[in-house]
Design a protein around this ligand. Structure first.
Ligand code: CTP
Length: 429
């Protein structure tokens, strides 16, 4: 039965940021002006009710989403990232938030895994095209019934009970990425996949539906899964449901334990990692840890990653072990050659150390962690800009930085003034 419930939206709204509230009010005002009803939907509505943060505002409008998005950007600012007139969707970036606006629509799938054929519709029909009941809850942002929640009562029950449930028996055939999504939401919220949904999911896996989706979409889903805070739990669920067997050939259940350790290591080093740290790549390295070289290569090829990321995943284990031995034996840093490793690989080194048998494992892990901290902190005091201002030629900077780094790590330069003295002497030569 469809219900209209007036929820205490003001409480939920106060939990949103002022930027989010402003965007919602702006869309509400535009909808009124254009005579189109607008709603908060999907993950954003779900997370408001669950009290989870979500930086992706999903809106549906009973009208022209593309025109509304363009008017929004013109009146309130923000960058239009994409407008898709065929699918009646638009994406805007504003204040670090993403706003997805879609026209209420119905979808038909011509074949498994293909993109849907869409037709404008009403909010009521829009519900039925969605993946799971917990993602089909709508909150009106229209004047008059602002904050009213609109959906079948059963959807709210699923959200309260923590159940992931599809709408119809062909849901996974229509869009097999939903198999990954079910696992992702189950892990993220600690939800269960409802028994019939699980059965349908397993049937779709058995029927080889994953092969129907492009490698790009598989990579995207795997990346979203491994970037979840609960990625180890997600992989555990992937094993329990059969997704791991189909999508991660050769990976053993022991990977879950490694991923849990890897997550702790990531937390430990978090403050030292820059924005370019690729969590997906790091977790993938861990996931593939025990695969033979040939199997790893075969799997990595299916992902179509860029050259640099592929090289990280296929970096020879023998070389990694050699670096690890160098650190364990306390060989001076400049001879170990860990500089060629990316941060994802350095953290993976810690994991390799931690996987050694106790009590040696813990000791080795500590030594590798200290070593990496040294790599992260003992860098030249002077920036490239400062070096150039002092008079060093641009083409000399690479070699000079290496030389200073060696001296910093060897304890020969302990302060910025010492480093300055060294640089002045160098210029005089
Ligand atoms: N959706 C769907 N089927 C898909 C992808 C998306 O039905 N294969 C619908 C769902 O209703 C979903 C909404 O589109 O809630 C928005 O999609 P997306 O942003 O990918 O999902 P979220 O639920 O917001 O996921 P997340 O919290 O991970 O961003």
């Amino acid at each position: 039965m469809a219900v209209k419930i007036k929820i205490n939206f003001s409480r939920q709204l106060s939990a949103l940021t002022s930027a989010e509230r402003e965007i919602i009010n702006s869309i509400s005002g535009l909808g009124a002006k254009r005579g189109e009803r607008a709603y908060i939907v999907g993950g954003f509505a779900r997370d408001i009710l669950l009290g989870f943060p979500n930086f992706d505002i999903d809106c549906v409008v009973e009208g022209d989403a593309c025109a509304l998005a363009e008017e929004f950007a013109k009146s309130f600012g923000g960058n239009i990232v994409s407008v898709n007139r065929k699918f009646h969707t638009a994406k805007i970036k504003k204040d670090n938030l993403t706003i997805d606006i879609a026209s209420a629509r119905e979808e038909k799938y011509a074949s498994a895994g293909a993109l849907p054929i869409v037709r404008s519709s009403t909010i009521k029909h829009d519900t039925l095209r969605r993946d799971f009941t917990i993602n089909a809850i709508y909150i009106s942002i229209n004047r008059g019934d602002f904050g009213h929640l609109s959906c079948e009562k059963a959807y709210l029950t699923d959200l309260r009970k923590g159940l992931i449930r599809v709408f119809h028996k062909n849901s996974f055939e229509d869009d097999p990425t939903r198999i990954f999504r079910a696992v992702r939401f189950a892990a993220r919220f600690g939800f269960n996949i409802e028994s019939n949904t699980k059965r349908l999911m397993q049937k779709a896996l058995k029927d080889g539906m994953l092969k129907k989706i492009s490698s790009f979409r598989v990579k995207r889903e795997l990346s979203l899964l491994l970037k979840e805070k609960n990625a180890p739990e997600a992989i555990e669920i992937a094993f329990a449901t059969g997704l791991a067997k189909a999508a991660l050939p050769g990976i053993k259940k022991t990977a879950v334990k490694d991923l849990k350790t890897a997550r702790l290591i990531w937390f430990d080093f978090f403050i030292y990692l820059g924005e370019q740290f690729n969590l997906f790549l790091y977790m993938l390295l861990v996931l593939l840890k025990d695969l033979s070289c040939a199997r790893r290569k075969k799997f990595v090829e299916t992902l179509n990653l860029n050259k640099k990321d592929t090289a990280v995943l296929l970096y020879p284990r023998s070389r990694m072990d050699k670096i690890l031995r160098g650190i364990i034996k306390n060989i001076p840093a400049w001879r170990v050659d860990a500089d060629e490793l990316r941060d994802e690989q350095l953290l993976f080194l810690v994991l390799l150390a931690a996987s050694k048998n106790p009590p040696t494992g813990a000791k080795v892990e500590k030594r590798v962690m200290d070593y990496i901290l040294m790599l992260k902190t003992k860098k030249p005091f002077h920036s490239s800009f400062e070096l150039m201002r002092m008079g060093f030629a641009c083409e000399k900077l690479g070699g000079l930085t290496k030389e200073i780094t060696g001296k910093r790590r060897g304890g020969k330069i302990l302060s910025k003034s010492q480093e300055y003295g060294f640089l002045v002497r160098k210029l005089k030569k």
